[in-house]
Design a protein around this ligand. Structure first.
Ligand code: FAD
Length: 312
């Protein structure tokens, strides 16, 4: 049995979430390979080769992989899939786009967002927005899995010594074309990898107040900014800050929820955080049921006071 991880990268750097997928893969199988699909992607392939627990890196490098379109990426995975017992992807937008195409073409049932590996064929995954955990046994010969990164520690980034083997690239499927990419730039840490997150809800009232109130606290704490869906839908925060069932799943050391009610769809994205602090003026807000520290207060007074105390 050998597990294959489809690496996530930007042709120069391996995405940190791939390291969590390696840990999941090592629990499925003793031998773990990584497939890097890209263009001019020798650097992420080398980085993948250094990961502890990885014994081989396959590099498929071609101009039509430059933007890693899902159709071409899935075709490349399928070209090597026959040698593997497990094919794993990080449960990110990219992984969620490629994995189902691979599973469908292999005619197997994908097991999505695994949070634990019970045995090589048995996995845990959350259902009902994280309110129940299903244990799923797969009888398929190849298990196609997406991995919830917050449930697995990252493997060691150094110390491995895997060989990098170039595999022949499949032809361009011609089914899709790269048009453009808009990357939001922020000085703040990336939400999914941040150790501290300051998150705001509808209570912030406007985009200006969201920034003016939360940014100084996030800067003071070295935190990433997050938001509830209500804050995103109201235009207070960009879409990529959304935490929750239909946003990002996070599990930082500290999550500070400001003016967020704690709807189950929001909790689904952050309730595994190590310490949760909630500031809300409603004592019955459900966020207090998951909070380690709750402050019943108006956030527009509490946050400046907290900031002042932190700066002393
Ligand atoms: P509200 O529920 O309006 O809560 C605002 C809170 O702020 C209240 O608790 C209030 O007491 C408090 N407040 C108001 N003023 C102040 C003040 N001055 N100081 C302190 N506290 C104050 N939501 C997500 O967040 N993420 C998701 O991924 C997500 N996915 C969803 C998927 C589906 C299919 C559905 C149906 C819903 C989803 N939602 C998601 C929406 C979710 O149900 C809630 O509507 C949303 O989380 C509410 O956001 P909120 O807490 O910011 O707003």
């Amino acid at each position: 049995m050998t597990a294959l991880i489809v690496a996530e990268h930007n042709n120069t750097h391996l995405n940190a979430l791939t390291l969590n997928a390696v840990t999941a893969a090592t629990r499925c199988s003793e031998e773990v390979h990584i497939l890097v699909i890209g263009h001019g992607a020798s650097q992420p392939a080398e980085q993948a080769g250094k990961l502890q627990g990885v014994s081989k890196v396959l590099l498929a490098d071609a101009p039509h992989f430059a933007d890693q379109l899902a159709e071409n990426a899935a075709a490349q995975v399928l070209a090597v899939a026959g040698s593997y017992s497990h094919i794993l992807f990080a449960a990110t937008a990219t992984g969620k786009s490629v994995a189902p195409r691979v599973a469908a073409r292999l005619d197997v049932a994908q097991v999505s967002e695994i949070t634990a590996v019970v045995a090589a064929d048995t996995f845990e995954r959350p259902i009902y927005a994280g309110n129940a955990v299903a244990t799923v046994k797969s009888l398929d010969s190849i298990k196609v899995l997406t991995v919830r990164s917050t449930s697995f520690a990252a493997c060691q980034a150094e110390g491995g010594n895997a060989t990098v083997e170039t595999v022949s690239a499949v032809a361009d499927s011609g089914l899709s074309q790269f048009v453009s990419r808009e990357i939001s730039k922020s000085d703040r840490p990336e939400l999914a990898a941040a150790k501290i997150i300051v998150s705001g809800g509808r209570a912030l009232g406007s985009a200006d107040k969201f920034q003016a109130t939360l940014l100084p606290l996030a800067e003071q704490l070295g935190a990433a900014l997050g938001a509830s869906r209500a804050a995103v839908d109201s235009g207070y925060a960009p879409n990529d800050l959304q935490v929750g069932q239909t946003g990002k799943i996070v599990a930082p050391d500290l999550y500070v929820a400001c003016g967020i009610s704690g709807a189950i769809q929001h909790l689904a994205g952050m309730k595994d955080s190590k310490i949760i602090v909630a500031i809300n003026k409603d004592p019955d807000a459900p966020i207090f049921s998951v909070a380690d520290y709750g402050l019943e207060a108006d956030l527009f007074t509490a946050i400046p006071e907290l900031l002042e105390a932190l700066q002393q």
